[in-house]
Design a protein around this ligand. Structure first.
Ligand code: SF4
Length: 457
C-alpha cells in the first residue's frame, strides 16, 4: 500500500467524516464486547492463551525443523511446495504457475499475505485478472481500495456506499442498501466466477508440520468453493503459520474466532491435505522478512500472531483513525510491529500511532506483548535516526527541562502565565489539542509551591 503521508496525516483524512469515525469506533467496540462475552464463558481461556503462546514459542524456536517436516509431509501427500524469499519471488512463482497452465483468470480468497506482496497489482500488469471472492475483499476491490482490517476488510464502508458500488458494477437498483439483498447479489455474481476460473488462490490459517495439511477458516465458504472447483489450488502461506501437530489445532481454533468476532468457531474450518485426481495443490512458503524478525529478539514474538484482529478492535487509535491510516497491508497495533521490520524508514511513524495503553496485549490470544514491542520499536527507530526532526527536538527540550528543577519550575510558571494572560497563544488552530477541547484554567500555584508553603503546618 503506497502512500507519501504518515499515519497522522492519513488519520486526519479519515477524521474529516466524524459520523464515520463514531460509527467505526462503536462497531469495532461492539465486536470487542462480543469477544469479551464469549471469552468469559470459557473458564480455561487463560490456559488456552498460555498453551497457544507456548506452542508458537516452540515453533519459532525450531522453525527450520518444522518447515522441513512440513515440506516432507506435504510432498508425500502429492502437494507441490515452493519457497519464496520475498514478495517478488512469491509473485513470480504464482505468475509462473498460471502461465504454465495458460490461465489468465484467477479467483482468490482470504489472503492478507497476497496483500502484503502486492500480488493483485503485479498480476494485473501481466494481464491476469484476479477476483477476490470474500465478500468484504470483493467490496474493497470494486472500490479500488485495500482492506482496512485483516478480518473485516470493508469495515470502513457504510451500507449506502456498498449499495452504490453494487449499483455501479453489479447492476443492482440505485439507492438499495439492504445487506441481505446485496449479499444475495454478490453470491450470484461470485457463483459465476467460481464456476469459470481454473485457478484459485487461498491463504492459510494453520499448517500442520506432522501431516503436511493446512487449514483455512472462513465464514462464507468461499475459499472452499474456489479451491474445490478450480483445477489448480495455490495456497500462499507465511512461514510462521506452522503448528507441530494436528492435536494442537483445537487450541488455536477455539481462540481464533472468539478473539476475532466473538463467535465460538468459524463456520468453515476446511482441511486440505492432498489433491484430488486430476487436480493440483501448490503451497508457496513465504519468508518476506519473517526470518529477519525472528532474529530480532525483542520482536520475534510478533510472529506468533494468528491474525485474529482483536488488537485492532480494541485499539483506541485504530478505532478512531481507520485501517488505511497505517499505510501497510496489516494495520493496527500488530501491523505497526511487523511493518518497520520490512522498512524502518517508511514505517517509522507506525509504532508512535499508539497510546501504549496495553489493551492490545490484554486481548491477544497468543499473548504477544504488543504494547511493549511498540515501545521498543520507538527506541530502535529513534536510535537509528528515523524519528521526525520535530519530535527529536521536542524530546531534547523536554529532557533538558525535566532534568533541571530550575528550568522545570520556570517552565511551569511560564505555562500558567501564558494560559492566564495570553490564552490565544495556546488556544489556536496550531494546537491540535484545542481543536476539540478547552484548555484547563491554570492553577494559581504549582503543587511544588503549595507544598513549600504548607509543609509542616
Ligand atoms: S497480534 Fe494478537 S490480537 Fe493482534 S491480530 Fe495477532 S493474534 Fe490477534
Amino acid at each position: 500500500m503506497e502512500s507519501n503521508k504518515d499515519h497522522a496525516a492519513l488519520a486526519e483524512v479519515f477524521n474529516k467524516d466524524e459520523d464515520r469515525v463514531d460509527w467505526h469506533d462503536e462497531t469495532l467496540w461492539w465486536i470487542r464486547q462480543k469477544r469479551d462475552k464469549n471469552v468469559h464463558q470459557l473458564p480455561e481461556w487463560e490456559l488456552l492463551r498460555e498453551t497457544a503462546s507456548n506452542i508458537k514459542h516452540n515453533v519459532l524456536s525450531n522453525l527450520s525443523t518444522y518447515l522441513e517436516q512440513f515440506e516432507k509431509s506435504a510432498l508425500a501427500n502429492g502437494v507441490k511446495v515452493h519457497w519464496a524469499a520475498d514478495a517478488k519471488e512469491h509473485n513470480e512463482i504464482i505468475l509462473g504457475l498460471l502461465k504454465q497452465h495458460q490461465i489468465d483468470r484467477m479467483v482468490k480468497s482470504k489472503s492478507m499475505l497476497t496483500e502484503e506482496c502486492g500480488l493483485n497489482d503485479y498480476l494485473a500488469t501481466h494481464g491476469i485478472d484476479v477476483i477476490d471472492s470474500d465478500l468484504g475483499e470483493r467490496i474493497v476491490q470494486l472500490a479500488g481500495e485495500h482492506p482496512s482490517h485483516i478480518v473485516l476488510p470493508c469495515i470502513h464502508k457504510k451500507k449506502g456506499e456498498i449499495g452504490d458500488l453494487f449499483h455501479k458494477y453489479l447492476g443492482t437498483p440505485s439507492n438499495v442498501d439492504d445487506p441481505q439483498f446485496l449479499t444475495e447479489t454478490a453470491r450470484h455474481h461470485l457463483r459465476e466466477i467460481f464456476l469459470t476460473r481454473k485457478a484459485a488462490l487461498t491463504g492459510v490459517n494453520f499448517a500442520i508440520a506432522e501431516t503436511g495439511e493446512f487449514v483455512i477458516c472462513t465464514n462464507e465458504g468461499n475459499a472452499d468453493m474456489g479451491a474445490n472447483l478450480a483445477e489448480i489450488h495455490i495456497a500462499s502461506m507465511g512461514i510462521e503459520k506452522l503448528i507441530p501437530k494436528r492435536e494442537h489445532l483445537g487450541v488455536f481454533l477455539r481462540l481464533l474466532t472468539r478473539s476475532a468476532t466473538g463467535q465460538p468457531i468459524t463456520t468453515y474450518s476446511s482441511h486440505y491435505r492432498k489433491p484430488r485426481e486430476g487436480k493440483e495443490i501448490h503451497i508457496v512458503l513465504v519468508d518476506n522478512g519473517r526470518s529477519t524478525q525472528l532474529g530480532r529478539e525483542d520482536f520475534r514474538n510478533s510472529l506468533k500472531c494468528i491474525r485474529c484482529g482483536a488488537c485492532m478492535n480494541t485499539c483506541p487509535v485504530y478505532r478512531r483513525s481507520g485501517g488505511h491510516s497505517y499505510h501497510t497491508a496489516v494495520a493496527g497495533p500488530i501491523g505497526s510491529i511487523l511493518a518497520p521490520n520490512l522498512d524502518m524508514k517508511k514505517y517509522a511513524d507506525l509504532p508512535f500511532a499508539s497510546t501504549l495503553c496495553g489493551s492490545c496485549s490484554n486481548v491477544c490470544p497468543v499473548k504477544i506483548d504488543i504494547h511493549q514491542q511498540l515501545y521498543k520499536w520507538r527506541q530502535v527507530l529513534v536510535k537509528a535516526g528515523y524519528a521526525p526532526a520535530g519530535k527529536k527536538i521536542a524530546m531534547q527540550v523536554m529532557a533538558a527541562t525535566l532534568s533541571s528543577p530550575t528550568l522545570y519550575h520556570a517552565a511551569g510558571k511560564m505555562g500558567r502565565a501564558t494560559i492566564k494572560f495570553a490564552p490565544f497563544a495556546v488556544n489556536n488552530k496550531l494546537n491540535p489539542w484545542y481543536k476539540q477541547r478547552d484548555m484547563p484554567t491554570p492553577p494559581k500555584e504549582s503543587f511544588g509551591e503549595w507544598y513549600a508553603k504548607n509543609r509542616g503546618k
